[in-house]
Design a protein around this ligand. Structure first.
Ligand SMILES: [Zn+2]
Length: 389
């Protein structure tokens, strides 16, 4: 992905409504002083904010997008425009106290992380800055620096822009920003990129205009990933997209990180559990376990998403949401699996996922769940509750 692409509306899959709204604000000179772009993890809210900022600062706007070549765009695209400021959750920098560390200390990492992937989530950012052990946040120093910075004159553009990624991590420090959000200096625009409205102070929310950002549609996600990774296996990509439910970051990390065909794995799991073939089941578990905990988690998530689609197919007979290989699996499954069983299997999968996330030994968990799965699939009339025994 080139720098140019990440900073233009053009690079963002779908989102026609959101793009139009943001562009119109700029074109009609009605940019809100404080705005929240609110969307689920993996939705293009940060990408939209970056394109929006680049567009506001661009000196030669064309057809509802930044030109990508003017002096200002060249700086925006490297995230080095002196009037475009970023604040985001960080931890203490090596050799520095936490209360003295701010986003400035992680700016190079931030630039390369968002160049690679403006859809990243807090987990991947935390890993990127080595924050596995401590929870990143936005601290007092950061808030004071923002207030100071935005109180000064702009450098090159008539505008000053402050992007705050994940204001959820401000906690009560958000109170420090109220005055700045309510009465910003002239031509100052504050853009908050948020995922969870409930974790932001009401006093902050009430002072901002909220723009909801939709998740990425499956077709757009497939186009986006294929354009960047033309050699990707189309079945694996389709599975990853289906189980990611509009989270582009997740769809990318699963499809690029995995060589596992979950559809085949699921089919053999059901077949072996049904047959109660413990020797083959043991081989199957060994195979899945060798992929690592993350892939086991993804496999269970895939199975959950498949069950949702299968239930939809059972009720409507509509196969359009299933891939070609899933369609034949689904047709075969109707012989042994009705809605009652689907619900039991869905519950079993939820419990399996919870166990895996709790670091319970995957072999033990998978074997126990395979036996339960076999019982559900073989039960004739009504499925008795296996879980209350
Ligand atoms: Zn430009």
């Amino acid at each position: 992905m080139t720098l140019l692409q990440t900073m233009q509306f053009l690079s963002i899959p779908g989102q026609a409504k959101e793009k139009k709204q943001l562009v119109t604000q700029v074109d009609q000179d009605r940019i809100p002083h404080a705005q929240i772009l609110l969307g689920r993890p993996g939705s293009p809210k940060l990408a939209l904010a970056l394109a929006y900022a680049c567009y506001i600062l661009c000196l030669d706007k064309k057809n509802g997008d930044s030109c990508g070549v003017c002096k200002s765009c060249l700086k925006s695209m490297q995230f080095k425009h002196p009037d475009l400021h970023f604040a985001f959750p960080v931890i203490s920098k090596e050799g520095k106290k936490r209360e003295e560390t701010t986003s400035q200390d992680f700016l190079d990492k931030w630039r390369s992380a968002i160049t690679d992937n403006p859809y990243m989530d807090i987990q991947s950012w935390s890993q990127y800055i080595g924050a596995e052990k401590s929870q990143p946040n936005i601290n007092t120093r950061e808030c004071n620096d923002m207030i100071k910075q935005l109180g000064m004159r702009s450098f090159e553009s008539p505008y000053k822009l402050q992007i705050i990624w994940l204001p959820e991590y401000l906690g009560k420090e958000g109170n420090r920003l109220l005055k700045m959000i309510e009465e910003p200096t002239d031509n100052t625009f504050i853009i908050l990129i948020a995922e969870n409205q409930e974790r932001i102070l009401n006093t902050v929310i009430s002072r901002c205009q909220i723009t909801k950002v939709s998740p990425v549609s499956d077709d757009h996600a497939i186009d986006y990933i294929t354009a960047r990774h033309p050699n990707i296996d189309s079945d694996i990509l389709a599975q990853a997209v289906q189980m990611s439910d509009g989270d582009l970051h997740k769809a990318m990390s699963i499809s690029l990180g995995s060589s596992v065909d979950y559809s085949d794995l699921l089919l053999s799991w059901m077949r072996l559990s049904y047959k109660r073939d413990f020797s083959e089941l043991n081989d199957w578990i060994t195979l899945l376990n060798s992929k690592g905990r993350e892939d086991i988690k993804h496999f269970i998530e895939y199975a959950m998403s498949f069950m949702r689609e299968y239930a939809f197919f059972l009720q409507t007979n509509d196969v359009s949401r299933l891939s070609v290989s899933q369609q034949s699996t689904a047709q075969n499954m109707t012989k042994i699996m009705d809605m009652i069983k689907v619900e039991s299997v869905a519950k079993l999968l939820q419990e399996s996922l919870r166990d895996i996330m709790r670091n319970i030994n995957p072999r033990i968990c998978l074997m126990a769940k395979s036996i339960e799965l076999g019982d559900i699939l073989r039960s004739k009339d009504q499925v008795k509750s296996l879980y209350n025994v």
